[in-house]
Design a binder for this molecule. Structure first.
Ligand code: SIN
Length: 532
């Protein structure tokens, strides 16, 4: 067993790193991450971080855009708080060394879908990489932070599982973690546990998320009995590069923010048919419009055209996108880029309060793993890095108060029980189930859903869950098996929430209930596992 730390942080994107940096000034921090520390969705974020930074902009306008995108179910207290705390946390990021792109002596602000003003700070088209660079440097310099790379969290350690009965309010004491290199399961006890493990794009066949996005935090929290909310709201990014070798490379929405136009194969622009904001409509509208155009015309993709802009401007504003597309033989200054939608961001997750605490005491969930109420039924572009940074500060301050006011006693924690497990020689079962889950989630629970498709998906997931359960207890855990179990759990939660919601709203579109129903469904979907 590791010695107990004050704070256990699971995940190394903007949420986990910025929490760790603040917490480490007051206690010991163990930070575990599945691969190298930089391998997080933050590192791949292109667009930027939205906040009110110009005189033409106001908090009210940013709030209104967030609420409009959220299709009526944003929690307005959370929206107000996040928007108002935005400029402060961005200044903290700058103090930690993040260099946002400037224009003259002010920050260059770009636009994306759903924003009525220019309010997105960015670092060229590699904003996340710049944030990750600065925070990782600061984390490695901090003497109170111990970083454990290649460590995959398996399960949370909660009181009810130790005493084997339902409790009125459960408590969390850390996590069991697989050290991938030594292949040993270690116990990481902690007074405060922070889930900052990111999203779940890998539940879908096509995603622009990195491979680590397998929904581990949501699945662990669900198994531990935490409340989970709004899982039906998976955001599909409208424009990822359509190219056999590109692995769903994202073409940032800021390309449309700077004037790019979506066109059919024959060159006809089509977004004016769908929304008054045309190519800058909210993401759910654009993704569905593309899906509809592709199905109507039998095309494999649509085209994103920014060739009318000056070539030097394109190269300097989008250096990473320009270079990457060129590698695939596409020059975006000369030709429109073939694009398709792909799974991008999970708006639901572990239900957490204004301080980022879940309904399990001393378990916090922030960033994409969390459901805070900010995004409602559809996240406004570039609000997620902001949400993560704001909640990192709030959960750090709240957990510090807890450390000061509560007497923490970590009970005797049983070691991980590996049972009679032997090494697996049936890896084919893992890869087969991975493929199957991701394919039926894409086909049945994607941009457009129906009752029949959801039922089919649930039947499939039930069978796969049985097979995984049997496999899980018969063989030694591996990273792949842990991720498969989590992907299957998250798929099930998405399907169950989608089946609950008998309407279409934001990112959830069901052809059997095509209308929004504010009378019955202006609310969140909640789901919680009964442990005993
Ligand atoms: C993008 O650059 O289009 C992604 C921004 C976001 O998802 O917030």
């Amino acid at each position: 067993m590791q010695s107990a730390s004050d704070f256990l942080v699971i995940g190394s994107g903007i949420a986990g790193l910025s929490f760790a940096l603040q917490a480490a000034d007051h206690g010991t921090v163990a930070l575990v991450t599945k691969r190298e520390i930089t391998e997080s969705a933050t590192n791949y974020a292109q667009g930027g971080i939205a906040s009110v930074f110009s005189e033409e902009d106001t908090f009210e306008s940013h709030m209104e855009d967030t609420i409009v995108a959220g299709a009526g179910i944003c929690h307005e207290d959370v929206v107000k708080m996040v928007v108002e705390e935005g400029p402060g946390v961005i200044r903290t990021l700058i103090e930690w060394g993040v260099n946002f792109t400037t224009r003259g002596n002010t920050y260059d602000l770009t636009r994306e879908g759903g924003h009525s003003k220019r309010r997105i700070l960015h670092a060229d088209d590699l904003t996340g990489r710049e944030i990750e660079r600065a925070l990782v440097t600061a984390v490695f310099e901090h003497p109170n932070i111990e970083v454990y790379e290649n460590h995959t969290a398996i399960d949370l350690i909660v009181e009810s599982k130790i005493v084997k009965r339902q409790l009125e309010r459960n408590r969390c004491f850390g996590a069991y973690v697989l050290d991938v290199e030594s292949n040993r399961v270690k116990t990481f006890p902690a007074k405060i546990t922070l889930l900052a493990s990111g999203g779940a794009g890998k539940v879908y066949l096509y995603t622009c998320n990195p491979d680590v996005a397998s929904g581990d935090g949501v699945a662990m929290a669900y198994r531990a009995g935490a409340k989970i909310a709004n899982m039906e709201f998976m955001q599909f990014h409208p424009t990822t590069l359509y190219h056999p070798q590109a692995k769903s490379f994202l073409i940032s929405e800021s390309v449309r923010g700077e004037g790019a136009i979506l066109r059919r194969r024959d060159g006809t622009p089509f977004m004016e048919k769908y929304h008054k904001l045309k190519d800058l409509a909210p993401r759910d509208v654009v993704a569905r419009a593309i899906d509809n155009e592709m199905k109507t015309y039998g095309d494999d993709c649509v085209y994103l055209d920014i060739t009318h802009k000056d070539a030097d401007y394109i190269k300097s504003r989008f250096p990473n996108i320009y270079r990457t597309c060129l590698k695939f033989g596409l020059d975006m200054t000369l030709e429109p880029l073939p694009v398709v939608p792909a799974a991008h961001y999970l708006c639901g997750g572990v239900a957490s309060d204004l301080n980022g605490e879940s309904d399990i005491r001393h378990l916090y969930a922030i960033g994409e793993v969390a459901f805070t109420g900010l995004h409602g039924a559809n996240r406004l572009a570039s609000n997620s890095l902001l949400e993560a940074a704001v909640f990192a500060g709030r959960s750090y301050r709240h957990s510090l108060e807890q450390l000061k006011s509560v007497r923490f006693e970590i009970p005797e924690i049983p070691e991980w029980d590996a049972g009679t497990a032997i090494d697996s020689d049936e890896m084919v079962v893992v890869s087969q189930n991975w493929d199957e889950v991701r394919r039926f989630m894409w086909n049945y629970v994607g941009i457009v859903r129906s009752n029949k498709r959801l039922e089919r998906a649930l039947n499939r997931i039930n069978l796969i869950q049985e097979e995984i359960a049997e496999y899980y207890w018969n063989f030694k855990v591996t990273s792949d098996l842990i991720e498969l179990r989590n992907v299957a759990t998250v798929a099930e939660l998405i399907v169950l929430c989608a089946m609950q919601r008998k309407e279409s709203r934001g990112l959830h579109y069901n052809i059997d209930y095509p209308e929004r129903d504010d009378v019955n469904w202006k609310r969140d979907t909640l789901i919680q596992k009964q442990l005993f």
